[in-house]
Design a protein around this ligand. Sequence first.
Ligand SMILES: Nc1nc2c(ncn2[C@@H]2O[C@H](COP(=O)(O)OP(=O)(O)O)[C@@H](O)[C@H]2O)c(=O)[nH]1
Ligand SMILES: [Mg+2]
Length: 340
Amino acid sequence: MHHLAERILKGEVRATARAMRLVDDRMPDATTVLKDLFPHTGKAWVLGVTGNPGSGKSTLCDRLIEHFRKQNKRVGVIAVDPSSPYSGGAILGDRIRMTRHATDDGVFIRSVATRGHLGGLSRSARDLVRILDAHGSDVVIVETVGVGQDELEITRTAHTTLVVMAPGLGDDVQAIKAGLMECADAFAVNKADREGADATVRDLQLMIALGSETMIAAGKQRGHAVHSEQDGTVENASRSRTMWTPPIVKCVALRGEGIAELVTELEKHHAWVTTTEEGRARRHARLAEELRETLREALIDAATENLGPAIDEAVRAVEDKTRDPYSATEDLVAKFRSTK
Ligand SMILES: Nc1nc2c(ncn2[C@@H]2O[C@H](COP(=O)(O)OP(=O)(O)O)[C@@H](O)[C@H]2O)c(=O)[nH]1
Ligand SMILES: [Mg+2]
């Protein structure tokens, strides 16, 4: 076993931080460590927290950490932020807001910049989650801004995804991005000390009700509710029983209000994901996705290595119009196959 993996499994903070840097830099050693760690992962509850900037995600995460620490749970946090870690922007803000946990060795907080992740941000996030899981975290919180596709994809690393909304932020339910709606397993309407929180709750309720009506009618499956595989043969009534309906919880993260209720709802979802057939199917689908993604990358690497000059030649041939790009690709695939 890699020495870092051994030390991570003992819960050594420095080894954990070191392995995370290897993942960031996509060093070959990172893969070795991840291979050794994988059999020891799967114990942590991965909780995604997303939403628009300023909705109060970091403040809420801080409260969640506090809550879990009172239950003596070890908490890992991955804060994915769009700004560079050195710009003094949001990451610095997040660090400050979470610092009261910085001296607690039951909490491990890691900020991740969104730029410069070879192989994609969601892959890096998934690997970092696994390291924290093996390190002994009972809960791993992944905070991401719910804007770009990359960020939304990260929520697929989580067992449970919480979408944080706040009134008066232009966070009207009509404006909420479809992607954000689809990844939500629960909603927190934060800043309930402000006007408009009840209206946001009502709008969300309506949207969820309409959403599930549409889903039942169409017999479609959505990101947060994977139905039985015998689609079409299951009665609508039984379908709606097995479906997950995202709860909505009002809170004031700033004052720690509503946090216990929120955690209760999140835990219900965790139980749903871990005990139902729908939850199992969802985990299976995500692993299949991951494997396809890593396979695609590995195949491209292998093909590039084997065909290097042939690819350059093909590009020139297409440029000279002596070959079309479709046939050129077919030629390359045939050539790659014959080298195996
Ligand atoms: N009034 C009010 N302000 C809050 C609440 N929660 C967070 N804030 C403030 O909202 C701003 C953005 O919070 P932050 O946690 O950084 O949001 P993030 O960008 O989603 O991570 C900060 O100034 C917080 O103090 C709340 O419950 N009520
Ligand atoms: Mg934040």
